[in-house]
Every structure is written in structure tokens, then in C-alpha cells.
Write a protein that binds this ligand. Structure first.
Ligand code: KIV
Length: 273
């Protein structure tokens, strides 16, 4: 294997992500929840795979991220980890497993790391979850923050619309972003906030800031894989770019299979023993 090939396969670490920010190289992050898809996107060169609690929506069909359990997140994460050779795997600690007490946050993150083999965890919120963040970090578990539209708080917000448009909320977000960096978070996700605010946060923090619906002036981008591949057709926010229409591809393939089975043209002579 050439030196170049070896370098390509070098595992992504939180330190490498920091170096990427330092040299201005953008970070590409996507969600995955299962072995087969994680294998494809890792092979395609994704830097971070997020086992997001969006699994609650896209895998389990729930309306929100709130119902997913820690056991279910560990199941998804361990399937993803088995497939990944290069990307950093970050796992969402689900709703209800870190907000109540820092001890519970620590226990949840240790279970995720031990039982799935993932490399880091992500939590939503700022000052409200500071104690949990510090306690998890004290155990040597890398933590990623998440501010702006934080879906675990959807019933507080009432809608999935753009956050931090007003000055007070924008100021709180800036404070929280600096707090999370001071605590020792290795990175931060900013979801659905004005691009100018995201630019301000990313340029004032030294840690990598990854945006979703936060404009181009951040250190990287994250999307939910089912959305960007066009599997999920109903979700059409302005920030989403569709890179494929897999819904049409799968519908066409399954339709043809049904047709062939009904017409008795599958299996044929070559497809039997
Ligand atoms: O759960 C998730 O998929 C996320 C991303 C939207 C950042 O948190």
C-alpha cells in the first residue's frame, strides 16, 4: 500500500478536526444509524458520522426525538461503529439521560462508549447542561455541544422555525458557545440559526463549529443522511440540498421486482440451483 493510501485511511480524531479548522479545511459530517449505510459513507470519505437521536424520526417513525432510549441509541451506535474504519463516530445522548443530573450524564456517556465503541458524545444545550458536560469530560469522554434549534427542547420552542433571531436569544447562544468551549468541548453543532450569527460564533471560537441550516461561514456542515439522499421526501427545509433521489430509485426497483415476481419472470433459469 502506498504512503498516500495509508494517509487516506488514518482515523479521524478530535485533534485532527481541530487541525482542519486551523488550516481552514471544511469538515463533512452526516448522520448514520446502521452498519450498511455507515460503511458506504465512511468509504466515501465522511469525516464525522453522527449517530443522531434523529434516529427516533427517520428510523423509528416518531414525530420527535424525545422517545428514543439510551439502549436504542447504543444499538444504532454499535452497528455504525462496526462499519467504520476512518470517521469519528459521535453519538447523541438522548433526551432524559443527562439533563436530570451530571451523574446520570456520566453514566449514560460511559455506557455509550463501553457498549458501542463510539468515540464521542453530543449533548444539547448550554449553561443548563454545564455540570453534565464537565462531569462527562472529566471521565475522558470527548463532548460535542449543540445549540440553536435543539430538537430535544421542541415542546419548549413550540415550532421548528429558525432560532436566535432576537438579540436576547442570540446573546445567550454566543455566551453558551463560549461556555461549552471553556468547559472543554471539542466541537459544536449550530442548528437553524441566522448565517451571520453562526459566522460570528465560528470566527470567535477556536474549536470547530459545524452547521445545519447555519449558512456557509462555519467550519463544516452536517445533514441527516435520509434527507440529503432524498429517501425522506416530506422534509423540505430551505437549508437542505438533495444529492440524490433514492426514494424514486427504490420505488422503481421494488416496483420492477413486484412486476417480475407476479409475471413469474423472477427467478429465471440462471437464478436457480
Ligand atoms: O440528531 C441529529 O441528527 C442531529 C443533527 C441534526 C445535527 O442532532
Amino acid at each position: 500500500m502506498s504512503v498516500h493510501k495509508k494517509q487516506e485511511l488514518k482515523k479521524i480524531t478530535t485533534h485532527q478536526l481541530q487541525e482542519m479548522k486551523n488550516r481552514g479545511e471544511k469538515i463533512a459530517m452526516l448522520t448514520a444509524y446502521d452498519y450498511s449505510m455507515a460503511k458506504i459513507i465512511d468509504g466515501a470519505g465522511i469525516d464525522i458520522i453522527l449517530v443522531g437521536d434523529s434516529a427516533s424520526n427517520v428510523m423509528a417513525g416518531n414525530e420527535t426525538t424525545l422517545p428514543i432510549t439510551l439502549d436504542q441509541m447504543i444499538y444504532h451506535a454499535s452497528s455504525v461503529v462496526k462499519a467504520v474504519k476512518r470517521a469519528l463516530v459521535v453519538v447523541d445522548i438522548p433526551f432524559g439521560y443527562y439533563q436530570g443530573s451530571s451523574g446520570e450524564g456520566l453514566r449514560s456517556s460511559i455506557r455509550i462508549m463501553k457498549e458501542s465503541g463510539a468515540h464521542a458524545v453530543k449533548v444539547e444545550g448550554g449553561s443548563e447542561v454545564k455540570d453534565s458536560v464537565l462531569r462527562i469530560l472529566s471521565a475522558g469522554v470527548p463532548v460535542m455541544g449543540h445549540l440553536g434549534l435543539t430538537p430535544q427542547s421542541i415542546y419548549k420552542f413550540g415550532t421548528y422555525s429558525v432560532r436566535a433571531k432576537e438579540e436576547a436569544e442570540a446573546n445567550k447562544l454566543i455566551e453558551d458557545a463560549h461556555l461549552l468551549q471553556e468547559c472543554g468541548c471539542f466541537g459544536l453543532v449550530l442548528e437553524k440559526i441566522p448565517a451571520e450569527l453562526a459566522r460570528k460564533v465560528a470566527s470567535s471560537l477556536s474549536i470547530p463549529v459545524i452547521g445545519i441550516g447555519a449558512g456557509p461561514d462555519v467550519d463544516g456542515q452536517v445533514l441527516v443522511m435520509q434527507d440529503m439522499l432524498g429517501i425522506n421526501q416530506e422534509f423540505k427545509p430551505r437549508f437542505l440540498r438533495r444529492y440524490a433521489d433514492l426514494n424514486a430509485v427504490i420505488t422503481g426497483a421494488v416496483g420492477k421486482y413486484v412486476e417480475d415476481v407476479k409475471a413469474k419472470s423472477f427467478p429465471n433459469e440462471d437464478e436457480k440451483y
